[in-house]
Design a protein around this ligand. Sequence first.
Ligand SMILES: N[C@@H](CCC[C@H](N)C(=O)O)C(=O)O
Length: 328
Amino acid sequence: MKLLKVHGSGNDFFLLDKMESGSRLNEVNLIKLAKTICDRHSGLHGGADGLLVVLPAEHQAALAKMRVINADGSEASMCGNGLRTVARYVAGKAQIGDDQGFQIQTMYADLQVKAASELAQNVPAYEVEISPVSFSATDIGMHVGQQSLFNGLIPALSETIKFSAVAVPNPHLVAFVDDKILAGDKLVEIATYLNGHNSFFPDGVNVSFINVKSARQIFVRTFERGVGLTSACGTAMSASSLIFVLQQLKEKGFEKMLEVYNPGGMVKTIVHQRQDGTYWISLIGNATVTANVVLDEKAALTGNFSEVVWQETGEEKQYQRFITSLKK
Ligand SMILES: N[C@@H](CCC[C@H](N)C(=O)O)C(=O)O
């Protein structure tokens, strides 16, 4: 079986192309594989945040389908950072030119993707559509006694931190916080509670704290459902950008490029509003392939990685240069 190790802003994944890998894994074994190779302690080369599965598209409009399996084996409806890497992989395979957009099928929508200009020298980047957006409690899987939550309190979580909830379409709960709260334990405390047995979000939720740096720059730290604290979460940064525009920038925030910093790097976002009033977000960031991996499927399922062939691509060195430049 062949895999790629990829990342977007340090949010790292194994990428499995079911059409190419020779893998005949059934559903049960696919989940087992994700849990086994992604485990941060006993997994493959330090594990990963999830497994991205590339499949044939079910509609003609899309070139491929992406499924996202979190490290804990749960399935997510979308993954923004992962979609950029899948877009790069599919474009390479189908020999799509850099100026040509195409679509990738995800759980709820066919999403537009396209190569973007390099984020830095030799750091390939992709731009992906984040959509559909909903503020409805039903779509978010939220039970807080109201139909939506927009800069509101959930007193059982905090008496002071105000939250907004949005599905893009995976569920997100975001809050603006100051430097002190951003650096503290509150995010992990609240997110751990909401991703355990609880009545507010019985299916869990991705929780992010946003720290505003300027009218064009925010910092986002995320605790992901099914994973834990990650270096970055693409859909969370998109959801945070949308809430930032709606609550703080208002009309002048639409169609403007924002920089979203995160513990693993930086992406750019643009918040759009369609004629019918609905929103979508462009997410632009690195799509880095760090290694080509070959392993025996049966051995991988049992967590035996002794015979794995792991070949670094050299791309990570360039990405680390980009990170260093951000710190200057
Ligand atoms: N890291 C992803 C989001 C992955 C799914 C998430 N953990 C969920 O369960 O909704 C991203 O970049 O968007």
